[in-house]
Design a protein around this ligand. Sequence first.
Ligand SMILES: [Zn+2]
Length: 296
Amino acid sequence: MKSICEWSELLYKDVTETPNIIPVTDSYGNGEHVNIDYDNIKISNMKIVMKKNFEAELYCSTCSELRNTAVKNLHTNLNSNKIETIIKESRYKDDAPRSFEEYYKFIINKLNVALSPSLWEVTCLQCKSKSYLFIYTNINGQQIIHLSETINGVSTPNTPYEVSYYLDQAHKSKIIGANSAAVVMYRTALEHLLYNQGYTKGMLNAKINELENGINSGTAPRWALNLDVEILKIIKDLGNGAAHTNKGDITKQYLFDSEIVNKLDLVFKYLLDEVYEIEIKRNKLVTKLKDVRNQI
Ligand SMILES: [Zn+2]
């Protein structure tokens, strides 16, 4: 979820019976492109209700996937009286709306602003785990903090501590919306993963190159043989982008939204499975089958 605005379609319902659009006309009766009285641009009987329960596709940190979730409002100041007041007091200032839809969007933006602060309970419909969304506004605009009552980070049972430490740091950064910090932590987690696998020389770039050479010459570990090394290069480049000055262009950091950070979680989950889990799982399975065979 990039911003609360993505929820708008689920969150609000237009229950205006017959939109009564106050016409914009000049004294000669022309409908458009004339002296517009901005105070008159409104739907005089617009009525919008906010749903306190709805279903939405959100990231579940227990499943580490996008899941259908039940969202329930626990606290908001945006009650029906406030919605009514916002509709009544909102006026277009610059561009007059030409349609009901335009005016509706304009009002919804106002309602979204008034959603700060609010608290929402999110229940994953698959694993039933609960998480909480806290929406508030700081000097950078509206922020969403996503707190889960279950797992922290994407570490798997056999992930070495030095890797899981940085994945936990990434997770902690992510839940408070410090996405640039999270992206740097993923890069460091990757460097530790490669170090742990015996790629100890040089910086991350050198480690990835050594692995790539190993893949090409067939000497790389088994988990790497089907790996698309580009994935590792992307994690490295994103981490560099989050840490470097980028010629003073701070706006690049806005690219690191919660969707990107969730995707990095998924990439790491895949990597950790390949590197630390699949072989152990396979060995366990084979051992069990061998035990049975030996008893025949
Ligand atoms: Zn789940």
